[in-house]
Design a protein around this ligand. Sequence first.
Ligand SMILES: NC(=O)c1ccc[n+]([C@@H]2O[C@H](COP(=O)([O-])OP(=O)(O)OC[C@H]3O[C@@H](n4cnc5c(N)ncnc54)[C@H](O)[C@@H]3O)[C@@H](O)[C@H]2O)c1
Length: 420
Amino acid sequence: MVSQALMRLGSAVSRRRMKLLLGLALLAYVASVWGNFVNMRSIQENSELRIESKIEEIVEPLREKIRDLEKSFTQKYPPVKFLSEKDRKRILITGGAGFVGSHLTDKLMMDGHEVTVVDNFFTGRKRNVEHWIGHENFELINHDVVEPLYIEVDQIYHLASPASPPNYMYNPIKTLKTNTIGTLNMLGLAKRVGARLLLASTSEVYGDPEVHPQSEDYWGHVNPIGPRACYDEGKRVAETMCYAYMKQEGVEVRVARIFNTFGPRMHMNDGRVVSNFILQALQGEPLTVYGSGSQTRAFQYVSDLVNGLVALMNSNVSSPVNLGNPEEHTILQFAQLIKTLVGSGSEIQFLSEAQDDPQKRKPDIKKAKLMLGWEPVVPLEEGLNKAIHYFRKELEYQANNQYIPKPKPARIKKGRTRRT
Ligand SMILES: NC(=O)c1ccc[n+]([C@@H]2O[C@H](COP(=O)([O-])OP(=O)(O)OC[C@H]3O[C@@H](n4cnc5c(N)ncnc54)[C@H](O)[C@@H]3O)[C@@H](O)[C@H]2O)c1
């Protein structure tokens, strides 16, 4: 009995020990598996960290380079005034990528307004306004004013039209459409949104004048079927349209009769006397004078014109106003002055007179002085020097950016030997 009891006790003890041993073995196994797992994780983590730091080593200099590039590409805009909501206007400039339009854009942007330039780039260039692209107050729209435009604005400076004889004579029908249909579209827009419209008219409405100097009440002497008629008559009818919209629809209009203007951003192939003479003098070519050279012209510098346009737009003068410089010179005097300023040895060459070329042109600016308090202030030589500097740079730019095709290397077909 006792021995049986002892055996039962012995087997119970060994079962418990077995269980204990089994439990301990299981624990040891779990501990070792966990240890391995932790070990592997830390190895994995370590290697991940090493890879990350390697990547970082390579990427950081690249990031640095991108930051430098971004810095160098960040557009630096000319300084712009801050205008409160009340004073800031939404201004549309048609033809704003052209010579005058781009200077007007600069002035209005710097004054703190919101400017939308609309241009079909017939004679204008993106380069003239590229320094504003991306600015929050600026927008550039590629659009032909012969098509209607729907936009919300407070003021419209309507400048879209080719302005120099070679440009407006290149496609006379298009010149007529731009000045007639284009002006109707802009007046329609002004009526719809209640905007004030300023028309960039021209001294050409006086034609080959019989009175000298020309004041605003002179009706002009224009050949309606001559080579200049598409422009002269186009502008005359554009003025008529302005006053019809004013009388019939109550649209607020301003009409600037602009006389010859010059300055940087004139076209290289503008074909007008100042740019022709400067380019000829800079390139050592003869300065070409049409006729005897005794015909007179008066030229204003572009910043004077821009100040006049803004003064007129913001005035209460709705009748036409001449904007020009009354300082009159003969064409021959211009040729000689430009030769001297450029320091050129070019000769002066006389060619036959151009058809319908006005003999005299000089603005009477009493009205602008009296009603706008405006008159030109930039002396001729100062303006000419700025224009000469611009054309010199343009010639350099052209010379450095010409496409010179590289000679192609001779192609040798596989498997064939070239005979020499
Ligand atoms: N520069 C002067 O001496 C002078 C003299 C008298 C009048 N004006 C008038 O001033 C305005 C500007 O002259 P500018 O010298 O700056 O000439 P420009 O040729 O440099 O500028 C005219 C601009 O109008 C754009 N344009 C032409 N047709 C267009 C169309 N259908 N739709 C949209 N855009 C069009 C051209 O691409 C160009 O950017 C013109 O209306 C011109 O008649 C200029």
